[in-house]
Design a protein. Structure first.
Length: 229
């Protein structure tokens, strides 16, 4: 696992650390996912969750941990969460500090099943997030069926946003929608100072991206690489 921080740019503090799959031999997440199929998807998803908690604990993470999961690997949410709960208890990791992200880029076969997963996880005390929002299959259709605690806007929506009035208006509209729904907005994939400054001017507080900090293999970064004005 590698960890990439999400910063609250109003304070300069870390809001959460996202756990990202990496190979100890240097393989990327994409190379690892090439070996995931319908037969091993459940075991892989379970291993990613527990490994994220164990490695974060060993790295002395203090705060929220965001873990990506595969909705299509969950056959029954209460049963499938048990090993995660056991691992969190073993590591003395507060489950209220765990955020489960599911990506909009994964084709959701059953929106009702996904809604059940999200609501079940929320009842346990976890937070949930839609990752890559605006860059996948469902968009607003998914949000109508499933309301998470957080939404992460896809990189495509904010690339060169400082030069794009259209993108600025989209982000402002998403901010308004999230506020009305009681959902926190995160913008990911920020790679330039222009993008960062424009997002701050638009009032976006939670930001993640290479300009602020790159993923760190099995270690935790708590300070941004840039100066937050």
């Amino acid at each position: 696992m590698a960890f990439q921080p999400i910063f609250d740019v109003t304070t300069g503090l870390v809001f959460a650390q996202e756990a990202l799959i990496r190979g100890k031999d240097g393989r990327s997440a994409a190379q690892i996912f090439e070996h995931v199929n319908d037969e091993n998807r459940y075991q892989f998803d379970q291993l990613c969750r527990t490994t994220a908690i164990e490695v974060a604990t060993a790295a002395k993470l203090d705060g929220k941990l965001s873990i990506n999961f595969m909705p299509n690997a969950v056959y029954e949410p209460r049963n499938c969460i048990q090993h995660t709960l056991w691992t969190a208890d073993k590591c003395d990791f507060d489950i209220k500090n765990i955020i489960f992200e599911f990506t909009e880029n994964e084709l959701i076969r059953d929106a009702g099943h996904l809604k059940n997963i999200v609501e079940t996880y929320q009842k346990f005390g976890f937070q949930t997030a839609i990752d890559d929002f605006g860059g996948g299959y469902s968009g607003l259709n998914l949000l109508v069926d499933v309301v998470p605690d957080l939404i992460k806007l896809d990189r495509h929506l904010i690339v060169d946003i400082d030069q794009s009035p259209v993108r600025q208006n989209v982000v402002k509209s998403m901010q308004s929608l999230c506020k009305d729904l009681g959902v926190q907005l995160i913008v990911e994939g920020v790679e330039t100072v222009g993008e960062l400054n424009q997002l701050r001017d638009l009032g976006v507080n939670l930001i993640q991206g290479y300009y602020l900090a790159k993923p760190q293999f099995e270690s935790i970064q708590t300070e941004p690489d840039c100066v937050l004005r």
